[in-house]
Design a protein around this ligand. Structure first.
Ligand SMILES: N[C@@H](CCC(=O)N[C@@H](CS)C(=O)NCC(=O)O)C(=O)O
Length: 226
């Protein structure tokens, strides 16, 4: 298969999928075969996904014959494969690079902790297996994590790793946007809100904004007490 064939399977509203869409947009790389799949229809467990990602998770990505499954691995791959294209997302400056890698990796921790709160019932479909203590613990762990991110927020005009928009922003912004979309308190987290407001109109972010969130009924406040 020609190397410039890019297949991407995603679901709208999924933060890891948004990370990849955002990285592709920043790198100015066109997806030749884009498939938006539905969780409700269990399409993430379909043969087309399992052929690329045996875990049956999205995103699923293929560049020519090269398969990369994990969102953050795909993002790093894109920077290497298309180094000279679009935005440089991994800085040369060693201090900026160190901070970029740190926040990039921490974005995954934030994502998992958001998921543990939002998708608890989905992870434990049998009511008898759920626990109010676990719900409270997940919520407390997410609160502590979000408080940490409030201290990470850059001033207007700067980004998570410094002066430039980097892979750290590519992977953290979809998680920050999920927090806001699910009702995060503006009063409690003013710096997170202003980072979100500063970046939400950025061309690549606006262009890749999940339709799931645009069309979702307003007022989902599952994270308002975090
Ligand atoms: N570590 C993976 C996680 C991907 C992931 O959890 N995707 C979710 C949707 S956001 C999914 O496909 N869930 C369905 C499942 O786990 O069965 C990545 O970052 O790509």
């Amino acid at each position: 298969m020609a190397k410039d064939t890019i297949t991407l399977m995603c679901a709208s509203g999924c933060s890891p999928c948004w990370m990849v869409a955002l990285a592709l947009c920043e790198k100015e790389v066109e997806v030749t075969d884009y498939r938006e799949l539905s969780y409700e229809k269990q399409e993430h467990k379909s043969a087309q996904v399992l052929a690329i990602n045996p875990r049956g998770q999205l995103p699923a990505f293929k560049h020519g014959d090269i398969i990369v499954n994990n969102a953050m691995a795909i993002c790093l791959y894109l920077e290497s494969a298309f180094k000279s294209r679009g935005t440089q997302l991994i800085p040369d400056d060693i201090e900026e690079k160190a901070k970029m890698y740190q926040r990039f990796q921490e974005a995954d921790t934030l994502r998992q902790k958001i998921g543990n709160v939002l998708f608890y019932d989905w992870m434990y479909p049998e009511e008898g297996h759920r626990s109010v203590f676990a719900v409270k613990r997940n919520s407390d762990l997410l609160s502590a994590e979000v408080q940490l991110w409030e201290t990470y927020m850059p001033k207007t005009g700067s980004f998570l790793a410094g002066r430039n928009f980097t892979m750290a922003d590519v992977c953290a912004f979809p998680c920050i946007a999920a927090l806001v979309n699910y009702g995060l308190s503006q009063k409690k987290y003013p710096k997170i809100m202003s980072y979100y407001n500063d970046l939400k109109g950025k061309t690549s972010i606006a262009k890749t904004w999940p339709s799931f969130w645009i069309n979702a009924p307003q007022g989902n406040t599952a994270l308002k007490d975090i």
